[in-house]
Design a protein around this ligand. Structure first.
Ligand code: GDP
Length: 307
């Protein structure tokens, strides 16, 4: 639990008002510095210097905007001084700053270890793990396949009987990817309610080796209440998350918004509850967007955890 709290504080994911997860997400939102996101991280990763301290000769307003941006919007990992963040340290299509703990991130081998029905049955070898979570159809299997570059892995989790279990995959003989049951089946009577079985909740609350949850969110649709509720539930329970936006290659549906617009809308809502934004990254399993960068982000969390 200590380790988890350490990671959590690094992820700057503390909640301002935990009980507000029940607020309707049409409530007026805090203004998000979209000028940075639209011109910088999302679309045009030009190499502009965003050091909060380096532009002392420029206008005070710009300095405070940059400082606030670095401190509240970016994920600044261990070993990085927030005042020294440069734009080329930020992974494109994300708010994630890369620091000295980032290391070897390639996946050389992966093996299915076991399916568990309870947290107590999960592997007990104390290796660090990342849980992959999201609505059914969000692209969980596709992302896992893309990360490990193997089709069999995700197929294993889709086998009848295994979809409602906690599936552990050992990567490079040193850490785990954990595939969790999807939530929010459309046919559920109240799709907006968290419908995890108690064993999934038990996993989150009792798994000390959990480094972070990769919470997958479909960027091709507007923010869904169930995903926001899920993010808030994890935040309330001090579980570190990384928001992984999937399907970012998808063109906007007629009258719909573009993936980057949906992502911005999602983040505006999240900011009502999170003092500082959790790490997030855009991905596509079709084009491979974000895959290597996500692995790099995971490597820095893991290496710090391993320390
Ligand atoms: P799961 O139920 O969360 O495991 O979702 P799947 O990985 O099975 O994906 C659900 C559907 O979304 C499938 O038809 C995938 O081909 C599609 N899909 C998944 N990821 C992407 C993506 O990045 N881009 C696009 N365009 N489609 C995707």
């Amino acid at each position: 639990m200590l380790v988890r709290n350490r990671i959590l504080s690094l992820q700057l994911a503390s909640l301002i008002n935990p009980s507000s997860s029940l607020l309707p997400f049409s409530k007026p939102t805090l203004s998000f510095p979209t000028r940075y996101l639209s011109h910088w991280t999302l679309h045009n990763p030009t190499h502009r210097h965003v050091s909060a301290s380096a532009s002392k000769t420029t206008q005070t307003r710009q300095i405070s905007d940059a400082a606030r941006f670095v401190r509240t919007v970016l994920f600044v990992p261990p070993g990085v001084d927030p005042d020294e963040v440069m734009e080329d340290m930020v992974l494109p299509g994300s708010n994630i700053v890369i620091g000295p703990y980032a290391g070897e991130s390639r996946i050389k081998e992966v093996e299915f270890v076991k399916s568990s029905g309870k947290a107590k049955e999960c592997p007990k070898d104390h290796r660090p793990e990342f849980a992959i979570l999201g609505r059914s159809n969000v692209g969980k299997s596709s992302l896992i396949n893309a990360l490990v570059r193997k089709k069999e892995v995700a197929l294993t989790s889709k086998k009848p009987g295994k979809t409602q279990l906690i599936n552990h995959f050992l990567v490079n003989k040193s850490w785990y990817i954990v595939d969790l049951p999807g939530y929010g089946f459309a046919k559920a009577p109240d799709a907006a309610r968290m419908d995890w079985s108690s064993f999934t909740k038990g996993y989150f609350l009792n798994r000390d080796t959990l480094v972070a949850v990769l919470l997958l969110v479909d960027a091709s649709v507007p923010p869904q209440k169930i995903d926001l509720d899920c993010a808030n539930w994890l935040g309330r329970n001090n579980i570190p998350i990384t928001l992984v936006f999937t399907k970012c290659d998808k063109m906007k549906a007629s009258k719909g918004k573009r993936p980057d617009e949906n992502i911005r809308d999602f983040q505006q809502v999240i900011r009502q509850n999170y003092k500082v934004h959790p790490p997030w990254i855009m991905t596509s399993s079709v084009t491979g967007l974000g895959r290597d960068d996500l692995l790099l982000h995971m490597s820095q969390l893991r290496n710090y955890w391993d320390q």
